[in-house]
Ligand binder design. Structure first.
Ligand code: AMP
Length: 283
């Protein structure tokens, strides 16, 4: 695996590979890699000649300085994981390499910034948009891979790529879960034993609400059920639960034949966990 720390050197290498006829897949990450990230890399390896993974903890997308300070950094383990799954190239830039100046431009996403994650994490998606735009310009991939776990991030990036004509295909990869259903996340490393034990209730709640909706419960009944499910919980605090159109992410008050998503954010102490499932995912 080749490791690049400088954008120019990476870009020159990839230009050469492209001239040789290689297609390039790109998996942007913030490190603390797990099997969720690995599934994106496997998918990219299957669809491209060469896979570039980036690890960059993007300060612009953290709305809480404490969350940024506590974000796990496990670079040696990450490199070992990447070497084990045939990653061709790792891009490991410094903060100065990505942000030599504070960017003056802002990328905003209209209503997508006012709902769900956007509402609770002001500025988060502007930061995501900025770093993904920069990384796509540096790597210039044929395909870029994102996880369904961050459903709203997928919607934001899809709209940025369409609105700014990025000539690259976006691929969304299903969420990889622990054995008890908890969505894999770098933030899971920060859960205490008790929090970790209880965190699988997030997926359980989503599945129960899904089953209710498929048995013709109304959207408001499902929302009421989820409110009650977490009401007595001393470990997990529900931040939001929404049933939304999977394309637009706008809340719906009735499920129809269009794909709907059940989306949730929960706090375990100071750790914020998100998850979602599609209504028509297998039960
Ligand atoms: P992150 O390092 O958290 O920024 O995540 C990098 C990429 O991996 C994003 O596209 C995430 O959506 C994706 N990802 C994170 N966790 C999972 C998971 N459990 N399953 C699938 N993809 C994931």
């Amino acid at each position: 695996m080749k490791i690049f720390r400088e954008a120019l050197a990476l870009s020159q290498f990839l230009t050469h590979q492209r001239r040789l006829g290689s297609t390039i897949g790109f998996v942007p990450t913030m490190g603390a890699l797990h099997q969720g990230h690995a599934s994106l890399i496997h998918r990219s390896n299957a669809e491209n000649d060469l896979t570039v993974v980036s690890i960059f903890v993007n300060p612009l997308q953290f709305n809480s300085p404490d969350d940024l300070a506590k974000y796990p950094i496990t670079t040696e383990d990450d490199i070992a994981l990447l070497q084990g799954i045939n990653t061709s190239v790792l891009f490991l830039p410094s903060r100065e390499e990505i942000y030599p100046n504070n960017p003056l431009i802002k990328i905003s996403f209209g209503y997508l910034e006012d709902i769900m994650e956007g509402k609770f994490r002001p500025g988060h998606f502007q930061g995501v948009g900025m770093v993904v735009a920069k990384l796509l310009h540096i790597v210039h991939p044929d395909r870029v891979y994102f996880g369904q776990k961050d459903l709203q991030q997928c919607a934001v990036i899809r709209s940025m790529m369409a609105d700014l004509s990025f000539m690259c295909q976006m691929v969304t990869v299903p969420t990889v879960r622990e054995h008890d259903g908890l969505a894999m996340s770098s933030r899971n490393l920060r859960l205490s034993g008790l929090q970790r034990l209880n965190a699988n209730r997030i997926f359980q709640a989503l599945k129960r609400a899904q089953a209710m909706l498929l048995e013709e419960a109304t959207v408001s009944e499902a929302i009421q059920f989820i409110d009650n499910f977490f009401k007595e919980d001393d470990i997990l605090n529900l931040e939001y639960f929404q049933i939304v159109d999977s394309e637009t992410l706008l809340a719906i008050d009735k499920v129809t034949s269009r794909q709907a998503s059940l989306c949730m954010a929960v706090h375990a102490g100071s750790i914020r966990l998100i998850d979602n499932i599609f209504l028509y995912d297998s039960l």
